[in-house]
Every structure is written in structure tokens, then in C-alpha cells.
Design a protein around this ligand. Structure first.
Ligand code: ZN
Length: 312
């Protein structure tokens, strides 16, 4: 037996042994999708079904605006079969990680790269890219587009296209999963729209400017923000002006985001004698928002209740 044959035989025995011990992955391993946020992870999981495992970079219980990558995140990206990001500067920190990983497939234009904002009709487009002190950018456009369920249809299409590029043999199953997701979403959206219809046009004040997409979809009118700029706390004079504006336009509730300091929002709710309503900005940002559907189930129910809509 030649040396090469011997090495080959030893290698075969080693592989068989490793397989027997469960040390190697099965041949039909699922594709690893890495999503920047829990919202995109939830949509990717719906579209990928059992063809994928999905990992998230910004954990559910962390303020995405104050997020900084940890050492394990580079490892996640190195092992990604598909990368899905929010874009618009919201997850600007991802660019550095992808550069460090050095895999062209995961870079802008690469086959395993999905910018979920592609094709979404953007609001508050300003043409300037500014990363604010609080972390994420509101410069190019408002980045909170996943808070309109209609936009999730566009996001799911981008993810389905990305998955089909990297696993073309499964194109039909991916398309089927996406169609089911969209059908479920249509049914749920009809329910959410009906729940909030009685308060169409209601005026609200929010802490952070997270809601333009949500508000447009459900016909809510956010007349002002407690933060003068994203990531900046208000001065007493700014609060006083906003309270006066809130009284004048009969604001009915103060909408507050998880992880933001509550004092100013609670103070304003008290001054205007309206409810303080904590809404989920992302999947997992409050315990009830366990997936993409329950994010809206929760927000719609809690808002309708705070605004005095009789429960159906
Ligand atoms: Zn924001």
C-alpha cells in the first residue's frame, strides 16, 4: 500500500468515525442566514422555512440604536450563507464586519447579500447620510420601514430572491413559503386595519421618530417628537413647546419606544392627561412581540385600547 493510499484510508476511517460520533454536520445542512435585526430574521425564517437556520446580530433585548458589534458577530458573518441587512445607515456597523470577513459574496452586489430596503417606498428621504449621536442614521431616509406590514411583502421578496440565488434548486419551495407568508400577512393586515379604523386621523406624539411607516399604513397622525433629533434628549423649553402644541391639536396619546428614557414621555402624558403607550419597535423588543405578526398584534391591540376603541 502506497503512502497516498494509506493516508486516504486513514482519512476515510477518520471521517466515518467523526460521523458516527456526530462530529460532522449532516450532508443536507440548512443554509445559515444572518440577519441584522430580529424583524428581518423573523421574515427570513418565514421565507426560508426548514431550508434555513436564522441568526440575528442585534439581540432582541438590546437597543439597536446603541448597538456595537461584539467579537462573535464577525464569526457569524464569516459563516453566513446569506446576509440580510436593514440598509439606509441603520446598520452602518455591518460594513466594517463584512470587510473584515472579506467574503465578496456577502458584499454589496454579491450573490449572498440582501439589502432589505431595496424596492421599499421610502419616507423622509433627504439625500444626506448622517449617523446621529444616538447610533443609527435617519439621513438617507427614515429607516423604520419594517413597521408597515405592506413593506414586509417587499422585504420578503428580496429575501426570497437572495435565497434562490444561493440555493437555486430550492427556488420553488422558497417561492411557496413566501406566498404563504404574504397570504397570512394580508389576512392579518385586514384585521389590524379594522381594529384601528375607528381612530383614523388620531393625533399622537412619539418619543423617537420610529413611526412614519406604521402611521401612514394605519392613518395615525404623529404631530411631533419628544426627541428634538434622533438620539438627543429634549430641553425643558422644547418640552414646554411640545406640550403647548399637543394641547392645541388634541393629542390623544404619547407613544414611547422600549429602551428610551421614559421620564420626558411620562411627564408629557401627565401634562396632556393622555395615556403613555409603550409600543414595540422590533420583534422581541417587548415580550409580547414574539414574531413579526405578534409585533403588530401587540401594537395594534395596545394602541386601540389606549385610545378607547371597544374590544371586538
Ligand atoms: Zn430611528
Amino acid at each position: 500500500m502506497g503512502v497516498v493510499t494509506l493516508i486516504a484510508r486513514v482519512a476515510r476511517v477518520a471521517v466515518a468515525l467523526a460521523a458516527a460520533l456526530g462530529l460532522v454536520a449532516p450532508a443536507q445542512a440548512e443554509l445559515r442566514v444572518v440577519a441584522a435585526t430580529t424583524d428581518l430574521a423573523a421574515i427570513a425564517a418565514a421565507v426560508g422555512g426548514d431550508l434555513v437556520t436564522v441568526e440575528t446580530i442585534v439581540p432582541a433585548a438590546v437597543d439597536p440604536e446603541a448597538f456595537e458589534p461584539r467579537p462573535g458577530d464577525l464569526e457569524k458573518i464569516r459563516n453566513a450563507g446569506l446576509l440580510v441587512r436593514v440598509g439606509l445607515g441603520y446598520d452602518y456597523w455591518l460594513d466594517k464586519l463584512v470587510r473584515q470577513a472579506g467574503d465578496k459574496r456577502l458584499m454589496r452586489g454579491g450573490e449572498a447579500y440582501v439589502d432589505a430596503s431595496t424596492g421599499v417606498p421610502l419616507l423622509e428621504v433627504s439625500g444626506q447620510s448622517v449617523i446621529n449621536e444616538g447610533g443609527h442614521a435617519h439621513g438617507v431616509a427614515n429607516p423604520h420601514y419594517w413597521l408597515d406590514p405592506e413593506n414586509a411583502k417587499i422585504v420578503s421578496l428580496g429575501i426570497a430572491d437572495g435565497l434562490a440565488r444561493v440555493m437555486p434548486a430550492d427556488r420553488a419551495r422558497i417561492a411557496g413559503n413566501r406566498e404563504r407568508f404574504v397570504a397570512d400577512l394580508d389576512r392579518a393586515l385586514a384585521r389590524w386595519t379594522a381594529q384601528l379604523a375607528p381612530v383614523a386621523g388620531v393625533k399622537l406624539i412619539a418619543y423617537h421618530n420610529s413611526w412614519p411607516y406604521f402611521a401612514r399604513r394605519f392613518r395615525l397622525d404623529v404631530i411631533g417628537f419628544i426627541e428634538p433629533k434622533p438620539g438627543v434628549a429634549p430641553s425643558p423649553a422644547q418640552l414646554a413647546r411640545l406640550i403647548a402644541a399637543g394641547k392645541k391639536s388634541t393629542v390623544r396619546a404619547i407613544v414611547h419606544e422600549p429602551y428610551e428614557p421614559e421620564d420626558a414621555s411620562r411627564f408629557m402624558a401627565q401634562k396632556l392627561d393622555v395615556p403613555f403607550v409603550l409600543l414595540a419597535t422590533s420583534v422581541g423588543s417587548v415580550p409580547e412581540a414574539k414574531d413579526y405578526f405578534r409585533l403588530f398584534d401587540h401594537n395594534v391591540a395596545i394602541l386601540a385600547k389606549a385610545l378607547g376603541v371597544p374590544s371586538q
